[in-house]
Design a protein around this ligand. Structure first.
Ligand code: C2E
Ligand code: CA
Ligand code: CA
Length: 304
């Protein structure tokens, strides 16, 4: 008995010690939201047939004034737990759409943008109106905008989440299932929602060659997507061998360090420009019109 009460005392003491740290961090986050210390890094999503970039995923970073760039794994859980993420939604939509607008204006007219939505954001009554307002403000055609939701994020209140996601879909915005295969509710979404894309969890790609069964499972997942007429994207592609297997087995799209890491906006626009020049040159060479094929290093507008 003595040990239990002693343990309780220690736990209480620890909690008291931890609280101020958490509060401090929370107020740090509140300040970060007020001062808009967040930035997006963008990671290309590649068409495996043509090799060209079809879209980019917006991945949040916290540009902390003292600690530098902080990864989302460190602050998203806190943003969710405190529900502060809902105060960030307008910024997330606005920033990603303004950047998409810049990309379209720079000549990458068919490029789409995907953003991640967490379960807590789906609980926000104003989420759909926030999204709609930003779409109108930036005049982005919703068909170029996509929301990624994870399987596990919808476990708690599926009926409510399905209703919200239907409203989002009715705006013309696309929906994709992120980390497909890592949760339990994926099939439920597929039955009830107008999903356009399956993003196969990177675990299935990284373990692909560890066992023959892994190849069978990944093939079956891709097959399911194709049978349902969905786009299928493999996440976390890191090697040429993985890329080749995916191509040979009919996977349409991929994302991963093998193609490009997430990068700041200005790097992205340079990356896209280089990629476009390389593709133009390839077409010229194929058609044997080298004379006409100049590397058009046109001026591109970077973000200030
Ligand atoms: P996610 O949505 O599954 O994003 C993919 C994560 O995998 C990113 O990590 C990306 O940098 C990383 N990744 C991409 N390719 C590779 C690869 O080839 N190998 C490996 N090992 N990793 C790769 P990141 O940027 O640290 O984001 C982590 C998670 O944080 C995201 O996972 C997403 O769940 C969450 N997140 C990021 N931005 C947002 C946001 O704006 N809102 C919400 N709700 N969640 C976000
Ligand atoms: Ca994602
Ligand atoms: Ca993912």
């Amino acid at each position: 008995m003595k040990t239990i009460s002693h343990m309780k005392k220690i736990t209480g003491w620890l909690r008291r010690q931890l609280k101020p740290i958490e509060r401090l961090f929370e107020s740090d986050l509140e300040r970060a939201i007020r001062k808009e210390e967040f930035v997006f890094f963008y990671q290309p999503q590649v068409d495996l047939v043509t090799g060209s970039v079809k879209g980019v995923e917006a991945l949040l970073r916290w540009h902390h004034p003292q600690k530098g760039m902080i990864s989302p794994a460190e602050f998203i859980p806190m943003l969710e737990r405190t529900k502060l993420i809902n105060e960030l939604s307008v910024f997330l939509f606005r920033q990603s759409m303004e950047d998409l607008k810049l990309l379209h204006n720079a000549g990458f007219k068919d490029l789409f943008m995907t953003v991640n939505l967490s379960a807590v954001q789906l609980e926000d009554d104003k989420l759909v109106s926030k999204l709609e307002k930003q779409l109108k403000k930036t005049k982005i055609d919703p068909k170029f905008y996509e929301c990624e939701i994870t399987e596990t994020s919808m476990m708690e209140n599926i009926a409510r989440d399905v209703a919200v996601l239907k409203d989002i879909s009715n705006l013309g915005v696309k929906l994709s299932i992120d980390d497909f295969g890592s949760g339990y509710a994926g099939f439920n979404y597929l039955r009830r929602l107008n999903i356009q894309k399956l993003k196969i969890d990177m675990e299935f790609v990284s373990s692909l060659f560890e066992h023959k069964n892994n190849e069978i499972i990944l093939s079956a997942m891709m097959d399911l997507g194709h049978q349902l007429k969905l786009e299928v994207l493999a996440e976390g592609v890191e090697t040429k061998k993985q890329e080749e297997w995916l191509k040979q087995n009919g996977c349409g799209m991929a994302q991963g360090f093998y193609f490009a890491r997430p990068m700041p906006f200005n790097d992205l626009i340079r990356f896209l420009e280089q990629e476009k020049n390389a593709q133009d040159e390839e077409i010229c060479l194929k058609n044997n019109i080298q004379k006409k094929c100049k590397n058009n290093n046109r001026k591109i507008k970077l973000r200030s």
